[in-house]
Ligand binder design. Structure first.
Ligand code: NAP
Length: 302
């Protein structure tokens, strides 16, 4: 792993499955911090030169506890990098029309570079309509159908931050994707499907699986790269993967003790995988850094 970054962490050298390899933790937090430091330096030079700083608006509807945490993390990262972030907190009684009107105001504001509406939204608001209303150029979450369409014709602009962050992390560790068998578990619009497309664009041979897939284990055991995004705590055990596979864990779940766990049973899978993302500290921080990256990119293009 001569090309691997300095923060590569060794897990084991010889595993109990009889294989000899070095399992490396894909340290999303360290790489995300490095990327944010680079963005901070870029933004600092803009400040010195009197250029307007980037601005991200996050719209939060209601009091969902998880959403509050995610929004706070995004605001913290934006502050750290040194650009303006504004959290627009709306009551869960806001009407759909009022929310759409608010988004239009930000679309028309030339000082706003990125708009993000934190999901999920209350049931009386149509999420699809909300996403469609965001100016696709300011859609730093990459969920707008225009951005999804561009991605699927192989001409990406704004990309869904989680799969984009995963690809950046795999590249940082020089993990070869071309010609490899990649299996994605989960087919959501924000993770599974775009993940498959991004792996395809890296010339991997991609299989996307879901809850109706039969013989999942037989499919995942053929994979060189497995990305798990299903939202089921510690679902993927060592018997799902082949020796030396690369395993990316997108899941964020609370176990019975209230501890944050991924979709992968880390302790046993890390002994069989060649590379693996931890939870926390793997995919999550990369998602936030990609959001910042796509917001700064909008200002850079101005
Ligand atoms: P989602 O919309 O609920 O989709 C889950 C997908 O998993 C569905 O396609 C479902 O199949 C599939 N699935 C469920 N159980 C399965 C099983 N037993 N075997 C195979 N496939 C199964 O979830 P999501 O939004 O993609 O999120 C997935 C997980 O990632 C969640 O834990 C979420 O919190 C986490 N997440 C983390 C980040 C981050 O930044 N770290 C970002 C986004 C999401 P069907 O389509 O057939 O129902």
């Amino acid at each position: 792993f001569s090309g691997s970054p300095f923060y590569a962490k060794m897990i084991v050298c010889v595993n109990k499955f009889g294989g000899v390899f070095v399992g490396v933790k894909l340290d999303g937090r360290a790489f995300a911090d490095k990327l944010q430091e680079e963005l901070k330096q870029e933004v600092a030079t803009w400040k010195e030169n009197g250029k307007r700083l980037p601005k991200l608006v996050v719209i939060l509807v209601g009091e969902d506890v998880g959403s509050q945490v995610y929004v706070r993390n995004k605001e913290r990262a934006a502050k750290k990098i040194g650009f303006y972030s504004q959290i627009d907190r709306l009551s869960d009684e806001v009407t759909e029309a009022e929310l759409l009107e608010r988004i239009q105001q930000y679309n028309n504001d030339p000082e706003v570079d990125g708009i993000l509406v934190q999901l999920p939204l209350p049931k009386h608001i149509d999420e699809e309509k909300v996403i469609l209303t965001i100016d696709s150029k300011k859609d730093v979450d990459g969920f707008h159908p225009m951005n999804m369409g561009k991605l699927f014709i192989g001409k990406p602009d704004k990309m869904p931050c989680t799969p984009y962050g995963i690809i950046r992390l795999l590249k940082e560790y020089n993990i070869e994707m071309a010609g490899k068998n990649a299996v994605v578990i989960g087919r959501s619009n924000i993770v599974g499907k775009p993940m498959g497309q991004l792996l395809l664009m890296e010339d991997a041979t991609v299989t996307i699986t879901h809850s109706r897939t039969q013989n999942l284990k037989e499919i995942t055991k053929q994979a060189d790269i497995v990305v798990v995004a299903i939202g089921r705590g510690e679902f993927l055990t060592a018997d799902y993967i082949k020796e030396g596979a690369v395993v990316v864990d997108v899941g964020m779940n609370r176990n019975a003790e209230g501890k944050l766990v991924g979709d992968v049973k880390f302790d046993e899978v890390s002994e069989k995988a060649s590379f693996i993302t931890p939870v926390p500290g793997g995919v999550g921080p990369m998602t936030i850094s990609m959001l910042m990256d796509q917001t700064v990119a909008n200002r850079r293009e101005d």
